[in-house]
Design a protein around this ligand. Structure first.
Ligand SMILES: NC(=O)C1=CN([C@@H]2O[C@H](COP(=O)(O)OP(=O)(O)OC[C@H]3O[C@@H](n4cnc5c(N)ncnc54)[C@H](OP(=O)(O)O)[C@@H]3O)[C@@H](O)[C@H]2O)C=CC1
Ligand SMILES: O=C(O)CCC(=O)C(=O)O
Length: 451
């Protein structure tokens, strides 16, 4: 009988850092999870003996490939693509594809790691994966984006499948890119199958998927407030981003009687003290998605608003904050500014938008803080429902899916409370999400033995 290798948290993290040199985002994501899991498994020898956390922090595989495409001037361009298949213990790998110049292996490994816990929290049978390329869709013609997507899928198709790995959208990958990639998969394989989610409604996409992540993050906020006998109505909200997640979060805050004060993009943020009404949000959706414009142009359209170039919105006083743009977009100083301006609750639409130091500020101030892996899980949850609909060759209506999303978010919130309740009225939602997400995957891995 082997003697179990029962390492402590600092030794575990030293090993993670040594094995993943320079991968700061991945190390950050593992650290945030591991610090909670070490406490939880302290007296659970079976997890130590089977090296479960060590195995979870090592992706099943990372596929990296060349993506060649021709631009409109007939220049040959070369990008790097990846698919990180992190863990398929509880279902096929599942997670988005990101096209952005900042994409690296470290970024995709952190996202695939987070996705594993998030997907487990949904209660649906989905493992964790993530992919992407260091391709910048900004400023490219539709024809260039199509050629890039086709080339990307020409390599990716051999690694994915409806029971193997089911990608979806993320930053820089929306309905247009999913259409081009799904078309290419179908063309190469001669199969129509639910290999991607986030598809257009006319070819197998699900009702509610476009809204699901942003609405879900607001439902998570609603659940946190309800737990304290409070509600969104009458509250002010600061939101970052102006893409799929941010605009739908803004829409749902507005529907529930809250007032959205800001939206942003990588150029800066817009402060509209009169609030973003549905008409204004529709303008932003159209402007960013179809005209592919900049948020700076909002102030030419709507009087009374100001644009703050190169800045993030966290200095604007608010009751609620929803970071919905990208990772590490809210640091320690910005967290302090939010707290000193009286923020009550933070619900993360983006993945890991708050730095570890920022998270500590929220915890020390005991404000309600819903981490991305719980708060933004509504998107992948409805993706899971899109997979079910495709497999059954049926489609459910908007109302039914809306109801399912509401119930799924409530279930995720309640799991966080079950494992994160500190007994003094404070809920540590990070701890709750980490432990609840870990347990199901870990138990499945134990059942499989050493694989
Ligand atoms: N789409 C989904 O279903 C899900 C998305 N998420 C997460 O939500 C976040 C937003 O995704 P999504 O809305 O889909 O993406 P979109 O591409 O639709 O929008 C991204 C938004 O974030 C801004 N942004 C991107 N990178 C940066 C940066 N480095 N600094 C400042 N702003 C930036 C973009 O501004 P600009 O236009 O200037 O680039 C844009 O406003 C990501 O963290 C993603 O991983 C999580 C779960 C599901
Ligand atoms: O819908 C999906 O499969 C993935 C969504 C996603 O990428 C995420 O949750 O971060």
């Amino acid at each position: 009988m082997a003697v179990s290798d029962h390492v402590d948290f600092p030794t575990f993290m030293e090993g993670v850092k040594k094995r993943n040199p320079g991968q700061t985002e991945f190390i950050q994501a593992v650290q945030e999870v591991a610090q909670d899991i070490f406490g939880f498994i302290e007296d659970k020898e079976e997890y130590h003996a089977a090296q479960i956390l060590r195995r979870m922090a090592e992706p099943d595989r990372v596929v990296s490939f060349r993506v060649c495409w021709e631009d409109d001037n007939h220049n040959i361009r070369v990008q790097r693509g990846w698919r990180v298949q992190n863990n398929n213990a509880i279902g096929p790998y599942k997670g988005g594809i990101r096209f952005h110049p900042s994409v690296t292996e470290s970024v995709l490994k952190f996202l695939a790691f987070e996705q594993t816990f998030k997907n487990s929290l949904t209660g649906l049978p989905m493992g964790g994966g993530k992919g992407g390329a260091n391709f910048n869709p900004k400023g490219k013609s539709d024809a260039e984006v199509m050629r890039f997507c086709q080339s990307f899928m020409t390599e990716l198709y051999r690694h994915i499948g409806p029971d193997t790995d089911v990608p979806a959208g993320d930053i820089g990958v929306g309905a247009r890119e999913i259409g081009y990639m799904f078309g290419q998969y179908k063309r190469i394989t001669n199969r129509w199958e639910g290999v991607l989610t986030g598809k257009g409604r006319e070819y197998g996409g699900s009702e509610m998927r476009p809204e699901a992540t942003g609405y879900g993050a607001v439902y998570f906020m609603e659940n946190m407030l309800k737990h304290k006998n409070d509600a969104i109505e009458g509250k002010t909200a600061v939101i970052s981003g102006s893409g799929n997640v941010a605009t739908h979060a803004a829409e749902q805050i507005t529907k529930q009687g809250g007032k959205v004060l800001t939206l942003s993009d990588s150029g800066g943020f817009v402060h509209d003290p009169d609030g973003f009404t549905q008409e204004k949000i529709d303008w932003v959706k159209e402007h960013k998605t179809h005209r592919r414009g900049r948020m700076s142009e909002y102030v030419d359209e709507f009087k009374g608003a100001t644009f703050h170039e190169g800045q993030r919105p966290w200095s604007v006083a608010c009751d609620l904050a929803l970071p919905c743009a990208t990772q590490n977009e809210l640091n320690e100083e910005e967290a302090k500014a939010l707290v000193s301006n009286g923020v009550m609750a933070v619900s993360e639409g983006a993945n890991m938008p708050t730095t570890l130091d920022g998270v500590h500020i929220f915890h020390d101030a005991k404000i309600m803080y819903g981490p991305g892996k719980a708060a933004n899980a509504g998107g992948v949850a409805v993706s899971g429902l899109e997979m079910s609909q495709n497999a059954e060759r049926i489609s459910w209506n908007h109302e039914r899916l809306g109801q399912m999303l509401t119930e799924l978010m409530e279930g995720i919130h309640d799991q966080c409370v079950e494992y994160g309740d500190q007994g003094d009225g404070y809920v540590d939602y990070v701890k709750g999400a980490n432990i609840a997400g870990f347990k199901k995957v870990a138990d499945a891995m134990l059942a499989y033995g050493v694989v």
